[in-house]
Design a protein around this ligand. Structure first.
Ligand code: ADP
Length: 253
């Protein structure tokens, strides 16, 4: 059974935990995370390696089940869903952008972009698709293969693919990690404009303070918990926050 909630949240997680069993020892990747991601906002999730960023992304996106706690995507609570219903929800409500683009080499750019629609069995909204393709600037590349594109162009195609189903939320995992500085800033400006112009919601894991400075909010994790939740910050302040977290961890170790 699905439950509704009144908040204008694209995603909400409550008391989220995820414990892995590593050689008989529990590893608490998430140790109780509460967060609401309001529609039309861009959040950067940061923190040291091993702090739980990927696990948060995976559980919030329904790719992995939490050990305890609740995840809502739009109005739907994920824990009540069967695997089939969860797959359907992922295909219709969620877009993904990965560090290494994850495009399918044997398909054209156009086929890559429309793949999620075909998988979900939805009828393509041609108007929306051409708007998305135009927005990310790949209209002239539609018949090409991914291998014929630069990294920045491939990431633009991946962003169009993520938006094709008009998802409630786009999860991005280090989307600029494989790009050079100028290309990265073009892609980040594109993500920013998709939030500003289309009211899209983006949750992006990054270790890069420059990338995080494009977000409305920085959620900082350490040891599976949220240790800071700050509105839009400049690059220097984000870097200082990360550095002070590093120092705290060194002192604690
Ligand atoms: P981050 O993305 O911030 O680097 P992760 O979410 O990948 O952090 O990992 C958080 C913790 O959970 C780490 O200690 C990591 O080793 C552990 N972990 C993550 N995935 C697994 C897994 N599949 N099996 C066992 N331990 C895992």
């Amino acid at each position: 059974m699905t439950k509704t909630m009144p908040l204008p949240a694209a995603v909400r997680v409550q008391e989220l935990t995820r414990t892995y069993d590593v050689a008989g020892q529990p590893v608490h990747a998430l140790a109780g995370v509460d967060a609401t991601f309001v529609r039309g906002t861009f959040t950067a999730v940061m923190g040291p390696s091993g702090s739980g960023k990927s696990t948060l992304l995976q559980t919030a996106a329904g790719l992995d089940r939490p050990t305890s706690g609740r995840v809502f995507v739009g109005d739907t609570e994920l824990s009540g869903l069967s695997e089939t219903a969860l797959t359907k929800l992922r295909r219709t409500k969620i877009g993904f952008v990965f560090q290494l683009f994850n495009l399918i080499g044997a398909l054209s750019v156009e086929e890559n972009i429309t793949l999620p629609l075909r998988l979900s069995g939805a009828r393509p909204d041609r108007r929306w698709l051409s708007e998305v393709v135009d927005r990310v600037g790949v209209t002239s590349l539609l018949q090409r293969r991914p291998s014929e594109l630069s990294g920045g162009q491939q990431q633009r195609v991946a962003i169009a693919r993520a938006l094709a189903v008009r998802p409630d939320v786009v999860f991005a995992d280090e989307p600029t990690g494989a790009l050079d500085g100028q290309t990265a800033s073009d892609v980040l400006a594109l993500l920013r404009s998709i939030v500003d112009d289309h009211g899209q919601t983006i949750i992006m894991v990054t270790h890069d303070p420059v990338a995080a400075s494009y977000a409305d909010r920085v959620l900082l994790l350490a040891d599976g918990r949220v240790v800071a939740d700050t509105p839009r910050l400049g690059v220097d302040r984000i870097a200082a926050q990360l550095a002070s977290l590093g120092r705290r961890q060194e002192t604690a170790a």
